[in-house]
Design a protein around this ligand. Structure first.
Ligand code: ADP
Ligand code: ASP
Ligand code: MG
Length: 297
């Protein structure tokens, strides 16, 4: 069993999602059990936060961002969903956008956004991407199961940066995946309280979701697929001569993440370390590169 997590740039548009599919399907052919964890389409979480701010200020401009977001998801449907399924998938995505619109409108009219409503709005990014990518996989003729992560990851009410109830979540994850063996796709970052109120795990938290799922299921590996060749000595966008770190301990990786290496969320290391599961950081756009292995070795 392997957990494959794809970040926002990996799933930003149809072209990139095709690369993600190549990686998933290549592994699937080997007979490996796979759970896919995805982020929102690149930039969508930021856009949702902007929508909240604009709606809060009573600024109608949020509509424009909303419409572009809608178009981006529909474009993926047009390019990657089989003709016979397009209507059904469009309808489902449309329903989600309607739901989102209603929450945003309530913020707009009340000019008030309590923390739980902010998390609800922000969660739509991963709700949409996970459903969409699961359908794209089906369009390639592979059985795929869309899983609402909120039913499996349980947290307290610390909205925006909720703390995971490990016991409850691991139980729900292992119960669910013992019964459902097909390739599954779930959103990272999103969760819910015991009462079912939507929460989020903090920015960049999809990596953490992947690690939680991997640890709950004693997976063989957790793969974090992103847009750089691995964990590097510095942010390659800022430092020209940054080099890849081929292997690193959980402790050092956590230290680097806490110091700002955004390629992996700092909370990702603990669940994997406790179960001694290696984490690999790999590049969706350069899959042949060896990447970084984080382990006890
Ligand atoms: P994803 O959307 O795949 O989760 P992120 O944007 O969260 O990707 O993380 C990847 C980015 O992290 C890279 O594009 C890179 O600019 C940045 N980054 C910062 N520090 C490091 C580092 N030490 N090594 C690699 N990437 C880093
Ligand atoms: N989509 C969320 C964010 O942008 C979570 C993630 O990408 O890991 O923070
Ligand atoms: Mg990230």
């Amino acid at each position: 069993m392997k957990i494959l997590k794809f970040g926002g740039s990996s799933v930003a548009d149809a072209k990139n999602i095709n690369k993600v599919l190549d990686i998933i399907l290549k592994l699937q052919k080997t007979g490996e059990n796979i759970i896919v964890v995805v982020s929102a389409l690149g930039g969508v979480t930021d856009d949702l936060l902007t929508i909240i701010s604009l709606a809060l200020n009573g600024e109608n401009k949020y509509r424009k961002i909303f419409d572009v977001m809608c178009d981006r998801h529909n474009q993926v449907i047009q390019e990657l969903i089989n003709l016979e399924d397009r209507k059904r998938v469009s309808k489902q995505i449309g329903k989600k956008f309607k739901e989102l619109e209603e929450v945003v409108q309530s913020i707009f009219f009340a000019t008030n956004a309590p923390p739980h409503l902010r998390d609800t709005v922000v969660s739509f990014g991963e709700q949409l991407s996970a459903y969409l990518i699961s359908e794209v996989i089906k369009s390639r003729g592979i059985e795929s199961n869309f899983v609402d992560a909120r039913a499996l990851i349980k947290t307290d009410e610390n909205f925006g940066e909720a703390n995971v109830d490990i016991g409850d979540s691991y139980k729900l994850i292992s119960e669910y995946f013992t019964k459902n063996r097909a390739l599954s796709v779930m959103g990272g970052f999103i969760a819910s309280t015991k009462e079912g109120v939507t929460t989020t795990l903090g920015r960049g938290g999809s990596d953490y979701t992947a690690s939680l799922v991997g640890a709950a299921l004693n997976a063989g590996a957790i793969e974090i697929w992103t847009d750089v060749d691995g964990l590097m000595t510095a942010d390659p966008r800022k430092v020209n001569n940054a080099i890849i770190i081929p292997e690193i301990s959980y402790e050092k990786a956590e230290e680097m993440a806490n110091a700002g290496a955004k390629v992996i969320h700092p909370k990702t290391m603990k669940p994997a370390k406790l179960k001694n599961i290696p984490i690999y950081i790999k590049n969706t756009f350069n899959p042949k590169s060896k990447g970084t292995k984080i382990s006890n070795d």
